[in-house]
Design a protein around this ligand. Structure first.
Ligand code: NAD
Length: 447
């Protein structure tokens, strides 16, 4: 596809009000409503990702030392799949759905539901998956027929710079505008009236976003984080569990919203798990992970210092080495951690996995329920009864048994948090619904 250059001249000095005003004028013409327009925007987004893969992967390496295979799979292929799924289903989603009419309204009366676009939406992205988490909400926003302001994270400097330039190159500035910057620029944006705000990041800023949105009665989706627990039952195969945990938790150096944060296991299972995790981590990243091309780095000094500080909360039974000049923190398993210590009070968001001993499943459930609702709950068990108790007796954004992160990767499942881990959901149909208004229409014929 040939890229449009209409957006390249978008000036950073344009005020937030002017940007939103331009996008609203576009929306009000009705141009974004037809299926064809939506399809062509999604194809642009797809082309942007596919045609610039190399440059995007280089930027992701520069920001987070994401290895090319992992970055391609998680930041590009996953996003392209989301576009393809949306393209395959959009016509069907847009088809009005008839609703059954009670007989007492007469035989000629009909009713249906139809999805309306909302208008101008704001997407605010974080730095940890700086491409996927910027583009994935935009897919839903465009599919639903909206115009978009995209605000990448200022922290992932390389990826955000490339993504911003490409979005300006591929999209008409009157359809999709990119505003770069940090708190100041975002605050200026939040003073405008949007029709939806989609924010991914931490809960402190989530509250700022929601308070600003409230002034205009703007609905929000908040994709936040939290401490996602993993229950390892006594019946779990410890070596296989350790292998799967090591493979997921330490990708992107643990800087994932859905990363397993701490393990709950009885003392015997916990004791067996620690050496199994050591072996699995060595197999994954070698005995010297600092030299492994597969192992990532912490985004910046501020986050490095925060995570290094968390290591003080317990004993590094595995790992623990760190090197500030290289922003390297080894994959670490922390034991003997007091539940009142920082590592158990705040989201780790780094390559540290805490092992907490609990007596049994009852105690694990109580431990989870005493804390904020997490974004994810994981368990390793062969017992359907255990799974059933966990899913029914706890609350979390999503759940995966046997393989962390599968609840995010599975097409057809909604993704989102609950309570402290966020509000709203997206992916596939759920993204389309997030950025649409489901309108009810009743039709009583005059004759
Ligand atoms: P971040 O620092 O990049 O901030 C996110 C966005 O908020 C950025 O675009 C930033 O410019 C903006 N921002 C920062 N301060 C602001 C302010 N005062 N006013 C308005 N906007 C402001 O990213 P982060 O918050 O460090 O991201 C990490 C957090 O995000 C973790 O808690 C993680 O769990 C969560 N997260 C959640 C998901 C999810 O899908 N649920 C995905 C990734 C990360």
């Amino acid at each position: 596809m040939s890229a449009t250059t209409a957006n390249e001249s978008t000036s950073q000095s344009e005020t937030a009000a002017e940007v939103v005003g331009r996008l609203r004028a576009t929306f009000n013409t009705g141009v974004t409503r037809p299926l064809d327009w939506r399809v062509s925007q999604l194809q642009r987004l797809r082309a942007l990702l596919v045609e610039n893969e190399k440059e995007l992967l280089e930027a992701l390496w520069a920001d987070l030392r994401k290895n090319a295979a992992e970055a391609k799979m998680q930041e590009i292929d996953l996003t392209v799949r989301e576009i393809d799924e949306t393209l395959a289903n959009l016509e069907s989603w847009l088809t009005p759905r008839p609703v059954e009419v009670p007989a007492y309204f007469g035989p000629a009366t009909t009713a249906y539901t139809t999805y309306d676009p909302l208008g101008v939406v704001l997407v605010i992205a974080p730095w940890n998956y700086p491409l996927h988490l910027l583009i994935a909400p935009i897919i839903g926003a465009l599919a639903a027929g909206n115009t978009v302001v995209a605000k990448p994270s200022e922290i992932s400097v390389h990826t955000s710079a490339v993504a911003s330039r490409l979005l300006r190159q591929y999209f008409d500035a009157d359809v999709l505008a990119v505003v770069e910057g940090g708190a100041e620029e975002t605050t200026a944006l939040l003073a405008q009236r949007f029709d939806h705000i989609f924010y991914t990041g931490n809960g402190t800023v989530g509250r700022i976003v929601m308070a600003a949105a409230a002034k205009n009665l703007t609905p929000v989706t908040l994709e936040l984080g939290g401490k996602s627990p993993v229950y390892v039952a006594p019946d779990a195969d410890v070596d296989e569990t350790a292998k799967r945990l090591a493979g997921v938790k330490f990708g992107n150096a643990g800087q994932q919203c859905i990363a397993p944060d701490y393990i709950l296991a009885d003392p015997a299972t916990a004791a067996a798990l620690v050496p199994a995790l050591r072996a699995a981590l060595e197999a994954e990243f070698s005995a010297t992970p600092q030299t492994s091309a597969d192992y990532g780095r912490i985004i910046n000094e501020r986050h490095f210092d925060r995570i290094a500080g968390l290591l003080e909360s317990g004993r590094a039974a595995v790992g623990g080495q760190h090197d500030r000049d290289d922003l390297f923190i080894a994959p670490t398993v922390l034991t003997d951690v007091d539940p009142a210590s920082p590592a158990m009070q705040e989201e780790i968001f780094g390559p540290v996995l805490v092992v907490v001993e609990v007596e049994d499943l009852d105690a694990a459930i109580a431990f989870i329920n005493e804390r904020d609702k997490p974004l994810a709950l994981y368990a390793f068990t062969t017992s359907e009864a255990t799974k059933s108790r966990l899913v029914n007796e706890t609350s979390s954004g999503g759940v995966a048994w046997g393989q962390p992160a599968m609840q995010l990767l599975m097409p057809g499942l909604p993704f989102g948090g609950v309570g402290e881990s966020g509000m709203g959901r997206y992916h596939g149909l759920y993204s389309f619904e997030t950025f649409s208004h489901l309108k009810g229409v009743a039709d009583v014929p005059l004759s």
